[in-house]
Design a protein around this ligand. Structure first.
Ligand code: TXE
Length: 483
């Protein structure tokens, strides 16, 4: 399962070059050097993928659940057997620590296939009896050809989170990974070939959003779109797909509050808050980037957060001791750095971080940024309202539960929220009133794959996870039989 220098599309069961013969540079963010090339695909490549998917659909949709389950399990096994190769490739492509890719990204990609390989065996439909008159039963049929588009922050993890349920439910898939991190999706193509997945069932096309992603959205034969990425991209996708009456699942940005009450388990909260602030350099849509702290423990919290943040090791993604690797791209480094400048303009104080890390040798041009803590900003300034998606958190004191809630709910986003408290009645009050699709109490990123996942407000529409995903990727058909 080796990474290659020239990546290929996976269409109709084969690895093929882009029809135009054009390639894009793939940069290693830790060294800022081009290390491989990915297909610069366009509408013609998407068309070939759709033709292949259309040809494969009659067979795949009628394949027994047991056989679909066996094939998905086999893909999961192959990912597991190649864990190290996948993890190293993910680290080079995304700049993230190998330790993170080895313990989180790749095991989760493996788990996604395993989970939906078994979930489909337990997915059932309802019957509704009209006493003395009729019986209704509901078929849950695959939709047909579906499009899956994923981002760069958790490349294989999020790509497979969409593909696995789509395939399990009997659909054929045209998928596009992010052009910023294409390598593990390419390696997944090889895993699918090794597993014996029938040709055309899954097609992976590489390339830019507007050039290779947009034709997926626009294609009349692609009936559903599952997308994770930026809110503005989601808006553009909805504008095209909604008038075509496509089914849409959009997982978009977040600006999540981490609300800390004085009665919490301080040590546990500190340990987890460090992770929820800076895991994957803050490039996770679930990171808690706005930290709201009850005033009585604010000074103690601030001192402790700054001390622990300064002790984080930023550097070589391959080294065991590294906590934060490089940001994913130069463009993203510039975006995050611009928000740090804005924080100062808006009256904030940088308590630690705020600059690039001076590196030497191979890494001297890499996109390394020190984890940054900012205080003194108002809850409604741009830095506290817009998604930064980097290793930057703001801290703010609050006096009452109502005040914390109003700050927490003040953004246009509503993905997740974390609350730290031992007071169970407060937990219930807060959980009911927080405007978010995912709430963590005294924990963060603790995920059961059966639970619904997604946001409210501008964080998206639809839910992924467990049966929600299988429902999204199937169309219910009610059959009413009179006695
Ligand atoms: O994402 P894009 P970008 C946020 C984060 C980040 C910002 C922009 O704040 O700074 O979004 O990141 C494909 N039709 N998140 O620009 O563009 C694209 O090729 C079809 C949050 O990198 O949304 C890629 O495969 N597809 C986030 C995918 O969409 C299109 C994760 C995501 O890219 C397309 C990433 C089009 N017109 C960024 N344009 C999260 N919620 O986890 C782009 N794409």
């Amino acid at each position: 399962m080796t990474p290659d220098q020239y990546l290929k599309n996976y269409i109709d069961g084969k690895l093929v070059p882009p029809q135009s013969g054009q390639y894009l540079d793939n940069v290693n963010p830790a060294t800022a050097e081009i290390y491989s090339y990915l297909p610069d695909s366009e509408a013609a490549d998407i068309e070939s993928a759709v033709v292949a998917a259309e040809k494969a659909f009659p067979g795949w949709s009628k394949t027994s659940l047991q056989e679909r389950s066996r094939l998905l399990s086999r893909i999961s096994e192959i990912i597991g057997q190649n864990l190290t190769a996948f993890a190293e490739a993910e680290s080079i492509d995304a700049g993230k620590p190998v330790s993170m890719a080895t313990t989180i990204d790749i095991p989760r990609a493996q788990e996604n296939f395993k989970f939906f390989a078994t979930a489909i065996l337990h997915f059932s439909s309802e019957a509704h009896h009209m006493v003395g008159q009729a019986i209704n039963f509901t078929l849950r049929q695959p939709i047909g050809i579906v499009g899956c588009i994923s981002p760069w922050n958790l490349p294989l993890y999020l790509f497979t989170w969409k593909i696995a349920p789509a395939l399990a439910a009997g659909n054929c898939v045209v998928a596009k990974p992010s052009e910023v991190t294409p390598m593990t999706a390419y390696m997944l193509s090889k895993a699918c070939i090794e597993a014996g997945l029938p040709a055309g069932v899954l097609n992976i096309v590489h390339g830019l959003g507007p050039k290779a992603g947009q034709p997926i959205i626009e294609h009349p034969k692609i009936k559903a779109i599952s997308f994770t990425g930026g809110t503005e991209t989601g808006r553009r996708i909805a504008a095209v797909a909604a008038p075509m009456f496509k089914k849409l699942s959009l997982e978009l940005g977040g600006k999540n509050p981490n609300i800390i009450f004085a009665d919490c388990d301080f040590e546990e909260m500190m340990k987890v808050t460090l992770r929820s602030s800076f895991a994957n350099s803050g490039q996770i849509c679930l990171c808690g980037s706005r930290i709201l702290v009850e005033r009585s423990i604010y000074d103690k919290f601030k001192a402790e957060l700054v001390k622990r943040t300064e002790s984080l090791v930023v550097g070589n993604p391959a080294a065991d001791e590294t906590d934060l690797g490089a940001l994913v791209s130069q463009a993203h480094l510039e975006k995050v750095s611009a928000y740090i400048r804005l924080a100062k303009e808006e009256g904030g104080t940088i308590l630690c971080g705020g600059e690039r890390v001076p590196m030497t040798g191979d890494f001297k041009n890499g996109y390394f940024l020190r984890p940054t803590v900012v205080e003194g900003l108002s809850y409604d300034c741009r830095v506290n309202q817009e998604e930064i998606f980097g290793p930057v958190v703001t801290i703010m004191p609050f006096d009452t539960e109502e005040e914390a809630l109003s700050y927490a709910n003040s953004t246009r986003y509503g993905l997740s929220a974390t609350v730290w408290t031992k007071d169970i009645t407060r937990v219930n009050r807060m959980s009911e009133k927080l405007e978010a699709g995912v709430i963590w109490i005294n924990c963060w990123l603790l995920r059961d794959l059966r639970t619904p996942f997604g946001g409210v407000k501008n964080s998206g529409v639809g839910r992924e996870g467990g049966l929600e995903a299988l429902r999204f990727f199937t169309a219910p058909k009610n059959i009413c039989m009179k006695y």
